[in-house]
Design a protein around this ligand. Structure first.
Ligand SMILES: Cc1ncc(COP(=O)(O)O)c(C=O)c1O
Length: 484
């Protein structure tokens, strides 16, 4: 539904018109809502006569909107009216957990998003590192629509082809021997916690031990592992945790990168150590090779499982398929989610046989997880990411982005550091980044924050062009004076 694509407008005009007919109440508001749903509003539907009765005209199909929207007085500006209406409705009906920007998106293509007014935005967020192939990628759309027409969901009581193919692909592409599928990042970490506990439980039982086995967990400051209670127990940000305590007992935090302090805490009672090889939410902070290698050694010494959370940094974002490849260290468990199905909800837990052998039927499960639709979409994403030259291009574009940022922003007194790997890049500021985010939005550039709100996070679709990188850097340079 490309709002910028004039050629497709008449077709979508039909769709929107039919929706109006079904509504049996062709008020101006419903015409507008139908137009928004069909991604048309920003292009052709600029005016509506309030209360216009379009029922009869709707039957004339593609001429409907011309007829409706060329009506004369009294007229309403659909554009602002629609976004205000939707933003207002969100604040009325939605549980207020998100601080959303005042923009309503209706369509996207590549690295561009389009709002109801038809404004074009350059997307350097990719839905927070989700839309690896950008928006509306034709091969992804084809995979999703074909599979949706064939089979979207079957319970995990049965086998499906895409699920097995995806598991095989992930195993063949990684350290892992087996895969468990879930629906999100936090669920992937929940499953990893359960698997780690079950592994130690089974180990204790096999040793004739009547006790539970190791149950404790270790994670790191500035790490982010999710918002459900288990994953939240491993997420360090205090304001995310405090209102929901008590969390899962036995979780401790160590300063990210401090191997000596980790040594003091990790022991036989520790079931698993959770770490992001490149912290995302925490501020785009890469681990050092010696830290990750030291963790591996420590876990081997103590019988603890090492879990890499690659939910944000994995699957090509760093210019390698897995972020941990940079360090030449292998985990026992790795969690994935965000970009895996290119925008559909999915997560995966990759494990070695040693871990998998302790898991029995009924230990864990999920109704939706690993359904044929999402798995087929994920295979399409992996086909692209693993195509020759793709990862190299991510690495090259990432290096270009960092060099441009350093060159053009590096001398700004508020910029302390530009860091990151591949197309996960952070600009460390000495002030809050939010004014820059707001100013960039006005200039139609979408960026994120991270860390303590003092890091600008850039995580564009992996298919971004150098020209789009230049455009993003131009806008950032222009917006820097917003920082006080
Ligand atoms: C490293 C990491 N782990 C876990 C999560 C949680 O993923 P989700 O929001 O899909 O539950 C996130 C989300 O930002 C993440 O960045």
């Amino acid at each position: 539904m490309a709002a910028h694509n004039q050629a497709s407008n008449l077709t979508f005009g039909c769709v929107a018109a039919l929706q109006v007919v079904k509504a049996r109440d062709a008020s101006a508001r419903r015409v507008k809502m139908a137009a928004v749903e069909s991604g048309l509003a920003g292009v052709q539907l600029t005016k509506v006569r309030p209360g216009a009765d379009v029922l009869k005209r709707a039957k004339r199909k593609s001429v409907v909107f011309q007829a409706v929207f060329t009506e004369s007085e009294p007229e309403v500006n659909v554009a602002n009216d629609i976004s205000q209406e939707i933003i207002g409705a969100e604040s009325q009906y939605f549980v207020q957990t998100y601080a959303r920007s005042p923009v309503v998106f209706v369509s996207g293509k590549g690295c561009k998003l389009y709002d109801v007014e038809g404004n074009e935005y350059l997307d350097m967020t990719a839905g927070i590192a989700v839309n690896a192939l950008g928006h509306g990628d034709p091969t992804w759309v084809k995979a999703v629509t074909e599979q949706a027409g064939k089979l979207a969901h079957v319970s995990n009581l049965f086998h499906t082809v895409p699920q097995v193919k995806l598991a095989e692909r992930l195993v063949r592409s990684s350290f892992a021997d087996r895969v468990f599928m879930v629906n999100s990042g936090t669920e992937a970490n929940e499953a990893a916690i359960k698997f780690a506990r079950k592994y130690h439980y089974a180990l204790a039982k096999s040793n004739g031990d009547t006790a539970q086995g190791a149950t404790e967990l270790v994670a790191f400051t500035n790490g982010f592992h999710g918002r459900t209670l288990g994953a939240l127990s491993l997420t360090s940000k205090i304001q995310y945790r405090t209102p929901f305590e008590p969390l899962v007992p036995g979780a401790s935090f160590v300063n990210f990168g401090d191997l000596e302090a980790t040594r003091e805490i990790v022991a036989g009672k520790t079931a698993a150590v959770f770490v992001e090889p490149l912290q995302g939410e925490g501020g785009i902070c890469p681990a050092t090779a010696s830290f990750l290698r030291g963790l591996r050694e420590l876990c081997d010494e103590t019988g603890t499982l090492l879990v890499f959370d690659e939910i944000q940094c994995g699957l090509g974002r760093t210019g390698r398929l897995w972020a941990h490849e940079t360090y030449d260290v292998r985990p026992d468990i790795m969690t994935l989610a965000k970009p895996l199905a290119g925008g559909l909800p999915i997560g995966a837990v990759l494990v070695t046989d040693r871990v998998a052998s302790s898991i029995a039927a009924g230990d864990h499960g999920s109704t939706f997880a690993g359904g044929p639709l999402v798995c087929h979409a994920a295979l399409a994403v992996l086909d692209r990411i693993q195509a020759p030259g793709f990862l190299e291009s991510v690495a090259e574009k990432g290096a270009y982005l960092k060099s441009q940022l350093n060159e053009r922003l590096g001398k700004n007194s508020h910029v302390k550091e530009v860091r990151g790997e591949g197309l996960l890049v952070g600009i460390q500021l000495d002030v809050p980044a939010s004014p820059l985010v707001a100013s960039a939005l006005k200039e139609k550039l979408l960026i994120l924050t991270a860390g303590k709100g003092d890091v600008v996070r850039l995580a564009p679709p992996l298919i971004i062009s150098k020209q789009e990188i230049d455009q993003a850097v131009d806008i950032l340079v222009k917006c820097m004076p917003s920082l006080k």
